[in-house]
Write a protein that binds this ligand. Sequence first.
Ligand code: HEC
Ligand code: HEC
Ligand code: HEC
Ligand code: HEC
Ligand code: HEC
Ligand code: HEC
Length: 421
Amino acid sequence: MIHYRRIAKALVSLVLVVISCLFGNDLFAQANGQALFSANCASCHAPYKDLTGPALAGVEERWGDNKRLYAWIRNNQAVLKTGDKYANELYLKWNKTPMNLFPNLTDPEIDAILSYIKSVPAPNTEGPAGGGATATSQGEDNTLLYGILTLVLAVIALILLQVNSNLKKLSDDKEGHPSLDPVPFWRNKAYIALIAILLFCIGGYMTVTGAIGLGRTKGYNPTQPIYYSHKVHAGTNQISCLYCHGGAQEGKHANIPSVNVCMNCHMAINEYTGKDKLITAEGKEVDGTNEIKKLYEYAGFDPAVSKVWDPSKAKPIDWTRVHSLPDHVYFNHSQHVKAGKVQCQTCHGEVQKMDAAYQFAELSMGWCVNCHRTTQVQFKDNGFYSIYQKFHDDLKNGRIDSTKGITVEKIGGTECQKCHY
Ligand code: HEC
Ligand code: HEC
Ligand code: HEC
Ligand code: HEC
Ligand code: HEC
Ligand code: HEC
């Protein structure tokens, strides 16, 4: 008899733990969706706005078939090769811009990303993605549903445990065993232990995700004082990055251009008539001419009063800094741009297609070190490297395979003190 009761008790506890893990995981997954999306997809996708890739709201309806969609997200190149009509048309429409491969994403992770996308409320404007409102309520329903289900199951489990202990008391009484009154559940050690374990799990999970996200601001895209579009300037109008960020060639910092640099052109260009639509991250349309007026306010220039501009009246524009490494890290632009011949886009993404520049790369230590491990130093015709005569000789006499070349790691690019003060 006693054995059965023990087994029953153990079973109930087991069920409780399993249930809390199952549903707990699902709840975590919901929260995780946003993190996964910002870590993997946000550099190219937004829910309601086309970036490098299409707006993703309503994407499940567009694909219809989840199996194909999941396959696409994991390995879009493989789906293209199968000759999938929708996928190939999409690829052409996006000028064959390749999407990254994510072979390691699991089904629950993709679920989480997709339900995060659904949970983002649609902007008020009539954006390219319709049907956002219904999608939103679906996302919220899910979270609520899981919450209620978990609660109901927890209550059932509690009742079961209580019944179990009452039964035990009854049968003990019947058999004439002296027995204590059942312990109320708030003093029951088993409950306390269970709750402690649950809290520990949740706390641990939150600490870990919090710590991983600490100081990581990939995708960071603050609202700037003037809606300045890189797409209009560096993309459509083909202004070289170095015209405004010339510092990247010369030294440590790329620098943000001063009002004077803007006014070189904007003395003459006082309205925006371009074809590129200017849309904020929230999906609102921006009046470019009005933004140029804001520039004039900073410059202290009023074309209605005088056609001549007095630069001494200018105030600096308080741009919000997007990228920022911790103080203990040394990073030098010219070393990468001029000596290393690394393209701006490798680290900053396709800025010429972005409106506001946002943080494309993770800027973590792993990001720097991985690139140093895999990138070859550009020795060829590069006077900067004449100091590494030994490598040149080894390359010439074949001691180093010239197709493999010399990675940044080989010249010391993974030594701590190269990057840390
Ligand atoms: C490097 C940029 C890039 C990244 C990162 C990226 N994508 Fe894409 N994605 C694209 C482009 C570009 C397309 C359009 C098709 C093409 O050209 O390959 C696309 C298409 C899609 C589509 C089909 C859209 C439609 O309208 O049918 C889905 C779904 C998608 N991406 C999901 C994701 C998810 C989920 C992630 C993150 C795990 C992600 N993408 C990360 C660039 C990217
Ligand atoms: C006409 C001037 C101009 C040109 C050309 C230009 N930029 Fe910018 N850039 C700016 C201004 C102004 C800002 C500050 C506002 C912002 O962050 O969007 C900025 C910001 C940035 C930032 C974010 C800086 C931060 O705060 O961390 C990056 C990265 C960047 N630009 C890269 C580029 C690249 C790459 C190109 C070439 C494809 C380019 N820019 C071309 C004016 C310019
Ligand atoms: C080399 C010339 C040049 C420089 C330098 C320049 N612009 Fe422009 N700007 C343009 C052109 C060209 C347009 C597009 C005009 C059109 O299409 O009607 C434009 C459009 C704009 C617009 C309206 C579109 C948008 O991006 O919102 C704003 C605002 C603007 N510029 C701000 C700035 C600021 C701020 C700076 C300095 C950081 C700057 N520009 C530097 C040439 C320049
Ligand atoms: C090897 C990667 C890499 C390359 C290549 C690179 N950048 Fe950067 N960029 C960074 C990092 C990292 C930061 C943050 C620096 C910091 O916080 O000290 C940054 C910061 C910036 C900033 C903010 C202001 C500043 O100087 O800190 C601008 C603007 C910028 N980069 C523009 C450019 C342009 C334009 C090019 C190409 C000519 C370029 N970058 C090439 C990694 C790179
Ligand atoms: C896209 C690839 C790439 C990324 C990302 C990158 N680097 Fe580099 N780095 C290079 C290349 C290529 C060189 C070789 C240029 C040279 O030797 O001057 C280099 C050289 C260096 C050097 C000089 C090494 C030496 O031995 O002289 C330092 C320091 C450095 N990088 C710091 C950083 C830091 C800090 C980051 C991250 C914030 C970073 N790098 C990210 C490609 C990269
Ligand atoms: C190629 C450049 C590079 C090299 C080499 C490098 N680091 Fe880092 N390190 C970084 C960057 C960038 C960060 C900032 C990461 C962040 O903010 O997430 C960092 C952060 C750190 C931190 C702070 C913890 C953190 O994640 O913020 C420690 C500790 C550290 N590095 C130790 C080392 C040690 C020890 C070595 C030598 C084995 C080393 N680093 C080599 C670039 C480098």
